[in-house]
Design a protein around this ligand. Structure first.
Ligand code: ZN
Length: 197
């Protein structure tokens, strides 16, 4: 899966390389351009058997569409999916990218309203900032794909930092990178349990 591709040429490269899915992010563009370009990219990818996720654009602050205050309106989401033909939709419901604290508040009513209106799976971006209980509630209210990156980066880096601090003599990169990998695997397993619950 290629996440947050903003450049059509990069998507074409992903298609050639045989990737199975792409998230095309034209959310920084004005709505009409977002729709036109996303529809074009979706047709290109689907013609080659790829699954396409997109993000509904909204004029926002410097954090863009996933600023905590940004919201995707259900009727606009329905219209966007119909006009672009995407297979899944990332929506703005209160989370924000790259949060290092887990205290985001999600609009669960909005998730339920979007779920009822939109015919394709909903995707939650910025999930790193969302506490476990709220992630579980987001799934219960209709979120289907949960993107967690920053939280796992934190897990990986902390494990490596601890490993290096615990043994000043370690020079074998397999030893400390392995510690990071194990920590991420353990946390992903735990999170899958949270989302399934
Ligand atoms: Zn994202």
């Amino acid at each position: 899966h290629l996440d947050h591709a903003t450049d059509r040429a990069l998507v074409e490269e992903a298609v050639e390389l045989g990737l199975g899915s792409v998230m095309f992010d034209a959310s920084a563009l004005p709505d009409e351009e977002n729709v036109a370009l996303t529809a074009e990219v979706a047709a290109l990818c689907q013609g080659r058997g790829l699954w396409v996720e997109a993000e509904l654009g909204e004029v926002g602050g410097k954090d863009g569409v996933h600023a905590p205050g940004a919201r995707t309106r259900p009727h606009e989401a329905v219209d966007y999916v119909a006009r672009t033909g995407v297979d899944a939709l990332a929506v703005a419901v209160g989370s924000s990218h790259a949060m290092t604290t887990r205290d985001a508040v999600l609009d669960l009513e909005l998730i339920a309203a979007l779920r009822a209106a939109v015919p394709v799976p909903l995707v939650l971006h910025g999930s790193s900032g969302v506490p476990d209980e709220t992630l579980r509630a987001a799934v219960r209210h209709g979120m289907k794909k949960i993107n967690i990156s920053t939280h796992l980066n934190k897990t990986f880096t902390r494990a490596i930092r601890d490993r290096l601090a615990a043994d000043e003599k370690v020079v074998d990169s397999r030893k400390y990178v392995g510690a990071g990998r194990t920590a991420v695997a353990t946390e992903v397993t735990r999170l899958l349990g949270v989302l399934a619950g």
